[in-house]
Design a protein. Sequence first.
Lengths: 467, 207
Amino acid sequence: MAAQTLFDKIWKSHVVRAEPDGTTLLYIDRQLVHEVTSPQAFEGLKLSGRKPRRPGATLAVPDHNVPTTDRSVGIADPLSAIQIRTLEENCHDFGITLFGMNDIRQGVVHVIGPEQGFTLPGTTIVCGDSHTSTHGAFGALAFGIGTSEVEHVLATQCLIQKRPKTMEVRVDGVLSSRCSAKDVTLAIIGKIGTAGGTGYVIEYTGSAIRALSMEGRMTLCNMSIEAGARAGMVAPDDKTIAYVTDRPLAPKGKLFEQAVEAWQHLKTDANASYDMTITMKAEDIAPQVSWGTSPGMVTGIDQRVPDPQTITDVNQRQATERALEYMGLIPNMPIIDIKIDTVFIGSCTNSRIEDLRLAATLARGKRVATGVRAMVVPGSGLVKQQAEQEGLDRLFKDAGFEWREAGCSMCLAMNADVLQPGERCASTSNRNFEGRQGAGGRTHLVSPAMAVAAAVEGHFVDIRTWK
Amino acid sequence: MQAFTLLTGLVAPLDRVNVDTDQIIPKQFLKTIKRTGLREGLFYDWRKQKDGSQDPMFFLNQPRFQGATILLTRDNFGCGSSREHAPWALLDQGFRCVIASSFADIFYNNCFQNGILPIVLKADEVLATMKDVLATPGYQLTVNLEKQTVTTPNDTSYRFEIEPFRKDCLYRGLDSIGLTLQHEASIVAYETQRKVETPWLFTDLRP
């Protein structure tokens, strides 16, 4: 048999049938559902008199609209309330498991999938959300889809897909002290651009990737979409299996042993080839800070804001000028001179227990700078509970951070957590688009460690040397 | 889904690269539970000036582009969020075709689900057309899906590529779920085999 990549193996094992032009009917093992991109899909099922093919392979949770403050008072925004109630009604009507807003298991859809053992190696996983790429950290083929496709998967457990190309992103070496998966992914996007991965599935390889924890791999795969790749993946290993073991929805006993045996084969064969390979050295990656309005507009903490005058490509120059105007930044100013007034630690990129442990450790004994509002939003109710058991909430609160309930929150500001025009935020989320965190708001993407240091100092600092 | 065959229509220019779906339709319009009525959210923030009034220079606010059915734009259109509200909003505004030098994958897929034809032309073809659109009031293009051509008023034709399966579905306005359900026997055969090979994926996850 010809040598295969990890992607090839998962793809091949999910082909139901193929059209003459290669268009493939692909089987989908698992679907995650949230309140924003599902109502029209359920409505479509109702209108056509169709039923979900495998309601037991689907898990739903509200996350985008939920308040991160006291939930016993309900949801102030009537539209958000209707959307969440609609999800509850649809799950009830179609027999789909829902972790409701007041369930301890509720959280950001891409945090709870892995946490519950819903996400497994070798599976195909979809969700009406572009950051579904997160689940690729387990050696799954996971990608975001539109609402029509959500309906398609509910009705048929399949999707009509064109086979993507494969890209290897290889990072070897050892990351600098306090540099993390977030810095790796931002550096990759800075290198290949926001459309560099369009049409590809990325497999991350190399010693620096192997060294990452599961949480780190999730952060890395999460942002594959910001490089244009619908999916990113890391081959499963002992860390993956240890993470999955005993999760509530993971297989148990003999079935688990059988699954683990199969997962051993989920890796790229020695002689397999990718359509493209990118290599980076971990040692070259500094803590990253985005300066513009697209995740590819990013640089190291020891660099300066770019000067459009020095950019020869006219398109790139115009895009840079426009971004700097929106961001209110001056060409050539050092990144460490950028002052912030808001800090958001959370989102499907960086809200897991490991992120919070690192952030809390750095916040210990420090104080959030005067005039800075800093908030920590755990990825799920269970992450919050664990953090509180470990005393992390106290460290944050003592340092002046707000400690919130789980949800997407200020990553996209669909709930009440919104930047005001002109506010500048150090954010551990994934998108710095214009208005993403609130109309006129300015977002700088950073790691949790960089966000804590910025909160304390009121401006960006190099966490490699920060004390 | 509405079929797409032949379209001659007014062209509206959005001369920007990397237009993300957060710009096409901002978050506050995602709270709807309907597919329709999203026109008011289309490019909501870009339509306005800093003081909140409508920006007369933004293309959608210019009288000359009212009634446009073809959107002409640049690289990596539709990047970011998977929100299908983006094509829904474009459709609600009257756009049936988007021409760009490249698209983000999820947005590109979502267009086909809604009877919108996304066309990739070469960067120099897009730039030349952009220039003509801006210089010529009432500029129209003719899009022929069957022949896979975009034809300008002076009879220059640009050819575009499209996968045969997608083309056929769009040309005939087929319901893709209905198409997949025709392969029920193949799906059942697949599931039967996989239940043997990977039984742990077929346990019911409901409590």
